[in-house]
Design a protein around this ligand. Structure first.
Ligand code: AMP
Ligand code: ZN
Length: 494
């Protein structure tokens, strides 16, 4: 059984019932990072939002194929230079080396924020053949033209044939004339300024280049997502997502390419996350208006008074709905830190007390109502902030029981049990928050044990058996058992 969800579709600008194309299954494509420099916190907000969406869809009983690409070619700068080649020249590295380095950094960051890996993570450079094939299909259907070895999408023809170019972003084609930023260098080659490049002939100095029927060149940025979503999710799939700054031109052009190559739009629902702001302005790599995650975790930024841990930052991100902008400030981070600590304390209590309590079958309707409310908020376009207030209501009840203000019998043993397991499950599996102190304690104990075993080895080599036994017995009292074997000494909790 799957839960019934309603989600906001940017295409219709309305909340709609989520009805999968194939019952019980969902295909979701999310535009991934451009790996030409370090991922910034704004990017992280978008990927964390989609991680919660992905996790909730799984929790709601759907089988989800989640595809998130890596853009390692084709995302042009305003001056027409490929971002990857620019990164390469500045760093004196091969383009693939740059891509590898920042892809690795991105993955590390996604792990730090405790997000799940997508089901498939295709790279644009690994799908040049599929992209060339799509250009062929668009040319065959008459929606593209060739100019000096480059291929451009013919937007006036597309509009003339009754296709809705501009529907997603709400723009009209006349407005697009001045706004298109796509490959300005070759602007004069285009028949119309709102046309965009599908394939670009490489200049002498351009490093990333492939053979094609039109020229030795490289694909346009928008093409990769059309080609890869079609390859892994089919011509028609359920959800397409990304930050709302991608609506135009990227997503608008993706739709045009899909319609232009196969006759129909790719996705049924378009989900767009809102921006993370710094000083009231969009956080952006190219404008330099950013705090990097490492700066935030170490406290080394002029914008903050202290260090904030990754889970506190993630919890801060959950304070706003994914469709609302979120301004990062020191005050908001401090408030998030307090809230996060309170929640972790509740989880500790829930974990400690949950298994020992006997259930007598009593149920508390108020508690059931709060739990149902949390589900309902998540079903309603993934309203995490509202779900969080429900979580904090439960947290308040759990804390009052712990503090003796409320007796567990008063809420009914069954409700107490249910409340504990619900909050543990929801916070760990949907919000994917974890107690960092516990983790660092595990690391510290591991390090200390390595040290003690090493020192005891020296003692044993000096045949000081009394001291060696003293250490072993003292550890045993602390619940740690040492086992001396041929390969050395191992330890476990007895
Ligand atoms: P990029 O690496 O620039 O292609 O961006 C990767 C993802 O991050 C895209 O979905 C963008 O829409 C998103 N993004 C970029 N800046 C921000 C921001 N300030 N807040 C939230 N998401 C952002
Ligand atoms: Zn994309």
């Amino acid at each position: 059984m799957t839960r019934k969800l309603s989600i906001y579709n940017s295409l219709s600008r309305e909340k709609e019932a989520l009805v999968p194309i194939t019952e019980g299954r969902l295909g979701m494509y999310v535009c991934g990072p451009t790996v030409y420099n370090d991922v910034h916190l704004g990017n992280c907000r978008t990927f964390v939002s989609f991680d919660i969406i992905y996790r909730y869809l799984l929790k709601a009983g759907y089988k989800v194929r989640y595809v998130r690409n890596i853009t390692d070619v084709g995302h042009l700068l305003d001056d027409g230079e490929d971002r990857m080649s620019k990164g390469a020249r500045l760093d004196q590295l091969e383009p693939m080396e740059v891509a590898q380095k920042y892809t690795h950094g991105f993955h590390e960051m996604m792990q730090i924020f405790n997000t799940l890996s997508p089901s498939i993570e295709p790279r644009a450079t690994g799908h040049i053949i599929e992209q060339i094939k799509m250009v062929h299909d668009i040319l065959d259907r008459g929606y593209a033209y060739i100019k000096n070895g480059s291929v451009y999408f013919d937007t006036p023809k597309f509009i003339k044939d009754g296709h809705p170019y501009g529907k997603l972003s709400g723009r009209i084609v006349e407005d697009l004339l001045t706004e298109t930023r796509d490959n300005l260098k070759n602007q004069d080659e285009k028949n119309h300024p709102s046309d965009f490049a599908l394939w670009i002939k490489a200049t002498e100095e351009h490093i990333m280049r492939w053979e094609s029927p039109w020229s030795v060149g490289f694909p346009g940025w928008h093409l990769e997502c059309s080609a890869m979503s079609t390859k892994y999710l089919g011509e028609n799939f359920d959800i397409h997502g990304g930050g709302n700054d991608l609506k135009f031109p990227h997503h608008e052009n993706e739709i045009a390419q899909n319609v232009g190559s196969c006759g129909h739009a790719p996705a049924k629902y378009w989900l767009h996350t809102n921006m993370l702001l710094l000083n009231g302005k969009k956080m952006s790599k190219s404008d330099g208006n950013t705090i990097s995650p490492p700066e935030l975790f170490s406290g080394q930024s002029e914008h903050i008074s202290k260090a904030y841990s990754p889970m506190v930052v993630k919890f801060f991100m959950m304070q706003a709905h994914y469709r609302s902008p979120l301004d990062i400030t020191d005050d908001a981070l401090q408030a998030a830190e307090k809230g996060f600590k309170r929640l972790m304390e509740t989880l500790r209590i829930a974990q400690e007390h949950q298994p020992t309590l006997p259930a007598t079958g009593n149920k508390d309707l108020e508690i059931q109502k709060i739990i149902d409310g949390i589900w309902a908020n998540m079903d309603d376009d993934f309203n995490v902030p509202n779900a969080l207030s429900g979580i904090f209501e439960l947290s308040g009840i759990i804390n009052s029981i712990k503090d003796g203000h409320l007796k567990s019998e008063e809420v009914g043993d069954n409700s107490w049990k249910e409340m504990c397991s619900f909050i543990l499950d929801f916070v760990h599996q949907v919000m994917a928050l974890k107690n960092e102190n516990e983790e660092s304690d595990v690391k510290t104990v591991g390090g200390l044990m390595d040290l003690i075993i090493d020192l005891r080895k020296d003692i044993r080599e000096k045949k000081d058996w009394a001291a060696s036994d003293k250490i072993r017995d003292a550890l045993l009292e602390l619940g740690i058992q040492l086992k001396d074997g041929k390969a050395g000494t191992e330890w476990n909790r007895s």
